[in-house]
Design a protein around this ligand. Structure first.
Ligand code: NAD
Length: 305
């Protein structure tokens, strides 16, 4: 066992992303304690070598580094409050570092980092990119905000779950970078759909048009990875929901509003991602937005399917 693997790791939130991270950590020799509200998720984590705890707070009790992978900031706040009230992040407890990989909110991360720092513990905002397949393979990209001392303490765990680790700056900087990234993802989904539609209307297949785009200057991860893997084969099962995409667009626009930063294209993109306009429910896979066969955003859009 390497020195790094002696770090006791916890994972709270075992959904599309967190389960993969927990299993990767266990497969790389870390001792992993895990918790989720879903019994099915707990069973999968246990099968993959994690030890299940009775509550989220108990994960903190037995871990040096805790990875959070929760839907949104309010879930992060709830879990952190539970752990603090149970005394697991009190002064005098050996230092722990929380790596919050959720796509969360800048102010929430900053206030949690400040609160933990007072009692000698670290909180890093470390949102991730790379989807469930990247989580399962340990090849995510993570963009980290926080104190560099805590970053160094957490590095062996970050290295186990991510192939690209970018330290962005002080607390909240990781969240800012992630929201900027995902605002582009939301936009690229719509612009790539329009590009494919135009190509098909003009007699060039979507596959041929994307072959060119992906060798030229119009490409993005959406055109290079998402459309070839989930739209053209019509599987629409990327594991990222339309509800989470909407959350990211909302958070990016809220941040822009707080800062007085005008984003007219983002305003239009948000309107297009809204449930009434896109006709996608929160639980639909976000790749359905790119379906060229749906009549979304056309005058025929009542036939959407
Ligand atoms: P998910 O909905 O699949 O998983 C979230 C998990 O958190 C669920 O299993 C849920 O039961 C659990 N949970 C909620 N509240 C809890 C609590 N109080 N205690 C313990 N468990 C709790 O979501 P996901 O797709 O895995 O995404 C997780 C985070 O990662 C989100 O913030 C998302 O925006 C971000 N993200 C997702 C992807 C993706 O492709 N799915 C990619 C990058 C980032």
């Amino acid at each position: 066992m390497s020195a790094a693997q002696k770090i006791k790791v916890g994972v709270v939130g075992l959904g599309s992303m967190g389960l993969g991270m927990a299993l990767v950590l266990a497969s790389k020799g870390f001792s992993v304690a895990a918790f989720d509200l879903s019994g099915a998720a707990l069973a999968k984590a246990e099968d993959g070598g994690a030890s299940i705890t009775p509550s989220a707070a108990d994960v903190f009790a037995v871990s040096d580094v805790v990875v959070l992978s929760l839907p949104a900031a309010q879930h992060v706040q709830a879990v952190m409050t539970e752990a603090q009230e149970a005394g697991h992040l009190a002064k005098g407890v050996p230092p722990k570092v929380v790596i919050d990989t959720s796509t969360s909110e800048v102010e929430v991360s900053r206030s949690l980092a400040a609160r933990l720092d007072v009692t000698g513990h670290g909180f890093l905002d470390a949102p991730v990119s790379g989807g469930p397949s990247g989580a399962a393979a340990g090849t995510l990209a993570t963009m980290v905000g926080g104190d560099e001392t805590y970053f160094t303490m957490a590095l062996p765990v970050l290295e186990a779950i991510a192939a690209k680790i970018i330290f962005v700056g002080p607390s909240g900087a990781g969240n800012v970078a992630k929201l900027v990234n995902n605002m582009l993802v939301a936009s690229h989904m719509i612009t790539t759909l329009e590009a494919v539609r135009l190509a098909e209307a003009a007699g060039v297949s979507a596959a041929d048009a994307l072959r060119v785009v992906n060798s030229a200057t119009g490409r993005s991860a959406i055109s290079e990875i998402h459309f070839p893997n989930w739209v053209l084969p019509r599987s629409f099962d990327s594991g990222f929901s339309a509800g989470l995409m909407r959350k990211d667009v909302r958070l990016a626009r809220e941040l822009a509003a707080q800062l007085g930063c005008e984003m007219p294209v983002a305003d239009l993109v948000a309107e297009m991602w809204s449930e009434p306009r896109s006709e996608l429910t929160d639980s639909d896979d976000f790749m359905l937005m790119g379906d060229p066969q749906a009549a979304r955003f056309t005058t025929k859009e009542t036939t959407n399917g």
